[in-house]
Design a protein around this ligand. Sequence first.
Ligand SMILES: Cc1ncc(COP(=O)(O)O)c(C=O)c1O
Length: 478
Amino acid sequence: MTVCRLLAMTIRALLNATAGLAADYLEALPERPAGWLVDAEELRSRLGGPLPETPADPHEVIADLAADVEPGLVASPGGRYFGFVIGGTTPAAVAADWLTSVWDQNAGLYVCGPSSAVAEEVAGGWLAELLGLPTGVGFGLVTGCQMAHVTALAAARHSVFAGAGWDVGERGLIGAPSVRVLAGAERHITVDRALRLLGFGTGCVTPIPADAQGRMEPSALREAIGAADGPAIVCAQAGNVNTGAFDDLDAIADIAEQAGAWLHIDGAFGLWAAASPAHRHLVAGSERADSWAVDAHKWLNVPYDSGIAFCAHPEAQQAAMGVRASYLIHADPGGQRDALEWNPEFSRRARGFPVYAAIRSLGRSGIADLIERCCAHARRFAESLGEVPDVEVLNEVVLNQVLVRFLDPEGDHDAHTDAVIDAVQSDGTCWLSGTTWQGMRAMRISVSSQATTEADVEQSIAAILRTAAAPQPRERLT
Ligand SMILES: Cc1ncc(COP(=O)(O)O)c(C=O)c1O
């Protein structure tokens, strides 16, 4: 038997064994507590130890890894995980993600993996269509919405400075004309971080007041944008991280257009409303923006990490991102697609494959169904919890986000709400976390997974109400 054949047999056995471990994990999810079960100290003692000096059998490494990390995993691909805005995983996307690692293509350049480049090209076109974006938009597949903001706002930066006669790529920001960024007061923090990374600094933001749902006030934007001249970028939001609310994108697009400003939309999860006939009205006007940031690892239920930056001005995106070197083999202009022309990475995982597989397996109708089911579950949470005395739903549930406050007979509603959140987390039936919304502590429920069923929702509601009736202080696992 040749060494190659032996190696092939070993890897087949290893991957088969790993498939078993993966399936064991997924099959156990419905019965497993939704949160983690051990603290960091326990995990360190399981995983730590001196740097290994010698090789180990891969079977043993993988079996030990799976066993050691299991109690520190959270059941986020399961049906009763409602924390942050964490999507589940569609089976085809998980399987394609495995193959992405096995194929190990460097997706930066077409020549490093033509199939990866073409799958990504196809997936990007499908995504733009699903999200109702103009044909021909530029796109880059990045790690998540954070880097999608960086990519899209880099294109914005290039474009608005170019309009002011300044080549920011070459000359940088020192001595550059000033640019204003106008963004809703309830914008996501990743917008600020992108501005920091891009050298604008968060101080350049003019915060525009938002209403009780977190929607930017268009009249306030109109006034603020008219208060000065010069290049401007407006950052609007489709889907507030707490309430799920949508800015009035059509009105904001009018204002940005009149002022000649670049309009960027943070649509991390909310832009997916465009893929659902029942919710599409929420994003009316979004197609008029100049750039968009969205996640596939949220509502498309692609495994981490997977975000997309879209830009209505491909030339600005390429000018901001493109890179050339003599040792590389670049695609001819107008020919094949080199991903490094569209995103800030150089070498990169071929994350187009799982996106492609998710869209192919769900199809347009499956994606609409996923969005609509999650929203229906969110409404069910709001209706059931909201009708209980001393439980208040704080937001208009227009999408998949629900904010719930638990009133304390003694009057300390914040502390009581936090105690309920803590108790629900330690109960383990479901997992969710808290936030401060307009000065009030609230439980956040985000329904973002294809795995969530009506039974999961009913079980979770029962667990929330059971623990709310007598919240026990929990033994904190950090
Ligand atoms: C509205 C919004 N924007 C941006 C982000 C950041 O997304 P990511 O964690 O994928 O970078 C989130 C995350 O929840 C979000 O809800």
